[in-house]
Ligand binder design. Structure first.
Ligand code: ADP
Length: 214
């Protein structure tokens, strides 16, 4: 290599699943696991991840927002484009790992599966906005709706998606599983109905593989 040494590109990890699947819980574990191995990693989320994205997040999650199906998908991808150009690409190019709580598979699951936006439209936006960018690893926390709902039952006010009926979440779960089946090399489907330790042992195995991958 020349003096203008090429930095090895970072890895891009996304966490997916229906609400209550355990993404936040396992994000903390992933943060510690990477820190213990001196991996330079940043943590982000969608919708959100940038000042613009966080404003879009507020709009998308507010229970009183009135938005059409297509406008919802477009807002998700507008925030994503900003996220990629402002945060994700610069971090990966600088060799950092980036872990995102939700990414494009969420749009396929919730706007596609949940609301019925045709997958071809989402694919067109994905190609436009991502230009080939895909996560190196997507951890899909999969579990029955009833288990997720039971874990979430608290006093917190539910957001616009959490307020949707069970069949919406069932369609989202099904859409996730179809995507995972179509891209088995990118996805790790984890049975999230198990205990936290068991799930995290699996997560560690996948992280180790990614760390060792040339
Ligand atoms: P998400 O971020 O995917 O919505 P959370 O991580 O907030 O989900 O988890 C929802 C709730 O379920 C939290 O109270 C969390 O402590 C609990 N929880 C997460 N994973 C498990 C698990 N494997 N077993 C039991 N409870 C869990």
């Amino acid at each position: 290599m020349s003096s203008a040494q090429q930095v090895r590109r970072g890895r891009f990890i996304t966490l997916e699943g229906i609400d209550g699947a355990g993404k936040s819980t396992h994000l903390a574990f992933i943060r510690d696991w990477l820190a213990n191995r001196d991996v330079d990693a940043a943590f982000t989320r969608e919708p959100g991840g940038t000042p613009l994205g966080e404003k879009i997040r507020e709009l998308l999650l507010a229970p009183d927002t009135v938005v059409s199906l297509d406008a919802e998908a477009l807002l998700a991808f507008a925030g994503r484009q900003q996220h990629i150009s402002e945060v994700i690409e610069p971090a990966l190019a600088a060799g950092r790992w980036l872990v995102s709580d939700r990414f494009t598979d969420s749009t396929y699951a919730f706007q596609g599966g949940g609301r019925g936006v045709p997958f071809e439209r989402i694919r067109a936006l994905e190609e436009w906005v991502q230009r080939g960018l895909q996560p190196d690893l997507t951890l899909l926390f999969d579990l029955p709706l009833e288990v997720a709902a039971g874990r979430m039952s608290g006093t917190r006010q539910l957001d616009r998606f959490e307020q949707e009926a069970a069949d919406f979440h069932q369609r989202a779960r099904d859409a996730y599983l179809r995507r995972a089946a179509a891209e088995p090399q990118r996805f790790a489907v984890l049975d999230a109905s198990r205990g936290i330790d068991e799930i995290q042992a699996d997560i560690a195995t996948h992280l180790r593989h990614l760390l060792e991958r040339r």
